[in-house]
Design a protein around this ligand. Structure first.
Ligand SMILES: [Zn+2]
Length: 268
C-alpha cells in the first residue's frame, strides 16, 4: 500500500518538475503561470493533454515536439525526474505512511514540499537571469510566516531566533522596494540576503551553516575554473572580478536541498 503512495508522490513530483520549467520561463516575463495554456516555444502550437504528461510524453515522442518535430532539451526530462526523486526522498524523510496517519508529519511534509518547490523555481530563475525574483521572495515570506505560526502552535517556544530572521527579511524587502535599489547593484545582494534568511528559517542552524559553507566552496571552485579558462585564452585577467556574474542564489538553493536530504538521512 505504501508503495502506491510513494509511486504517487513520485508522479506528483514529476508534475511539479514540469511546472518548475514553466514557472522559470514565465515568471521573469510577468506571464500567468496557472491559467495560460502551454505551447511549444518553437512552433507555438498548443500542447495537448498527452504532450503534458511528464517523462512519459518525452520518451514516447522521442524528445521531439509532436507538432513541429523540434528537439526538446533533455534537461526538461532530467528536471522532471530529479524533482520526482526529491519529492520521494522528502516523503521518506518524513516517513509518510498510510498505515499510521500522522497529521503532524503530513503537514510538515507539505511545508517542506512547498519550501523545496520554491527553491527549485528561485534557483532556475537565478541560473537563467542572475536575479532573485521578488515575487518569489514574497511567497517565501508568507510561507515562512505560516510555518512559524504552525511550529509555535505545536511547540510553544524555540521560534524567537526565527522571528528575528523573519523581521530581517521583511525589513530587507521593504528597504529594497523603496531605496536600496540605487545603491546596490540591481539589488542582487538584497535578494541573496533575503534568500539566506528564508533558508535559515526552514533548515535549522546546522544545515544553514553547512549550506553557506558549501555555497562558498562552489563559488571558490567556479572562480578557479574561470581563472584557468582565462589564462588558457592568454587574456591575462583583464576582466575585473566584479564583472564575473555567478548565480549565487542557484548555488545556495542546490546546496540547501542536498544538505537537507543528506543531513536528515544521516541524522546529523
Ligand atoms: Zn513545436
Amino acid at each position: 500500500m505504501n508503495i502506491i503512495i510513494y509511486g504517487l508522490i513520485f508522479i506528483i513530483g514529476t508534475l511539479f518538475g514540469s511546472f518548475f520549467t514553466l514557472a522559470v520561463y514565465r515568471i521573469p516575463l510577468g506571464e500567468d503561470i496557472l491559467y495560460k495554456h502551454s505551447f511549444c516555444p518553437n512552433c507555438k502550437a498548443k500542447l495537448t493533454f498527452t504532450d503534458l504528461i511528464p517523462v512519459v510524453s518525452y520518451i514516447a515522442l522521442g524528445g521531439k515536439c509532436s507538432h513541429c518535430g523540434e528537439k526538446i532539451r533533455i534537461r526538461y526530462l532530467l528536471l522532471e525526474v530529479l524533482s520526482g526523486v526529491v519529492f520521494l526522498l522528502v516523503a521518506l524523510l518524513f516517513d509518510v505512511n498510510v498505515m499510521i496517519v500522522n497529521t503532524k508529519m503530513v503537514i510538515y511534509f507539505l511545508f517542506y514540499i512547498l519550501y523545496i518547490s520554491s527553491l527549485f523555481i528561485i534557483a532556475g530563475i537565478d541560473k537563467e537571469n542572475i536575479t532573485i525574483q521578488r515575487s518569489l521572495l514574497v511567497f517565501a515570506l508568507i510561507l515562512s510566516l505560516c510555518y512559524m505560526t504552525y511550529v509555535y502552535i505545536l511547540n510553544n517556544s524555540v521560534i524567537y531566533t526565527y522571528i528575528i530572521y523573519l523581521v530581517c527579511m521583511i525589513l530587507l524587502l521593504i528597504a529594497d522596494a523603496f531605496s536600496l535599489k540605487k545603491y546596490l547593484q540591481k539589488s542582487y545582494t538584497v535578494g541573496i540576503l533575503a534568500l539566506s534568511l528564508y533558508i535559515m528559517i526552514f533548515s535549522g542552524p546546522t544545515v544553514s551553516y553547512l549550506t553557506i559553507i558549501l555555497t562558498l566552496i562552489i563559488i571558490g571552485i567556479r572562480m578557479i575554473i574561470i581563472d584557468i579558462k582565462e589564462r588558457k585564452k592568454k587574456k591575462i585577467t583583464t576582466i575585473a572580478r566584479d564583472d564575473i556574474k555567478m548565480p549565487i542564489g542557484f548555488y545556495l538553493c542546490v546546496s540547501n536541498i542536498l544538505l537537507i536530504l543528506i543531513c536528515n538521512f544521516l541524522n546529523v
